[in-house]
Design a protein around this ligand. Structure first.
Ligand code: GLN
Length: 194
């Protein structure tokens, strides 16, 4: 199994570290040909406008959309924004997930926070019971989930922070910044090595 991490901008190195810790082969993706032979892809956190523009500059938008037609992709924070169809403003998006996002929905960088989430599919897949402690850094919320997309996790007040659509996963928080590897394990459970 080999998992790529989009490495144009943002905290791709942290994702690669977690994957390595789980014994998974990794590749940094900067060009369309770097997608060859990958079994899944992670879009990291960072700044979604910049990441989207770099995808355009590096001719990655269409190859990533193509990849996501049948391979698993997981976007964390800015990566989740990139996966979405709608952010109510104009910026390059992959548009693969039927979700509408509100960027920076919790305020500014200083309003970053942590919260415990109860995500049943995650607990089931990893045979664990503890809530998932999530880090939100200038995070988006998922305002609307439509079509085949499903809510995966919400804050206690009901705001959606994780969604899934088949093998596509969007989280508005940052599992790559914690020592809890369960979200990476959950994503890897969608991956069927070629
Ligand atoms: N605020 C960023 C954006 O809207 C996302 C922040 C993050 O990835 N931590 O692109």
């Amino acid at each position: 199994m080999k998992i790529g991490v989009l490495a144009l901008q943002g905290d791709f190195a942290e994702h690669i570290q977690v994957l390595k810790r789980l014994g998974v082969a990794t590749a940094e993706v900067r060009l369309p040909r770097h997608l060859d032979g990958l079994d899944g892809l992670i879009l990291p956190g960072g700044e979604s406008t910049t990441m989207g523009k770099l995808c355009v500059d590096f001719n990655l938008l269409a190859p990533l959309q193509q990849f996501g037609q049948n391979q698993p992709i997981w976007g964390t924070c800015a990566g989740a924004i990139l996966l979405s169809r709608d952010v109510r403003r104009s910026q390059p998006l992959l548009g693969l997930m039927d979700i509408r996002i509100a960027r920076n929905a919790f305020g500014r960088q200083v309003d970053s926070f942590e919260a415990d989430l109860d995500i049943e599919p995650l607990k089931r897949a990893t045979h664990t019971d503890a809530p998932y402690h999530a880090f939100f850094i200038r995070a988006p919320i998922i305002e609307m989930v439509a079509g085949n997309a499903r809510v995966l996790g919400s804050l206690p007040d009901g705001r959606i922070v994780a969604a899934q659509q088949g093998k596509l996963l969007a989280t508005s928080f940052h599992p790559e910044l914690t020592s809890d590897t369960r979200f990476h394990e959950y994503f890897l459970s969608f991956v069927h090595p070629s």
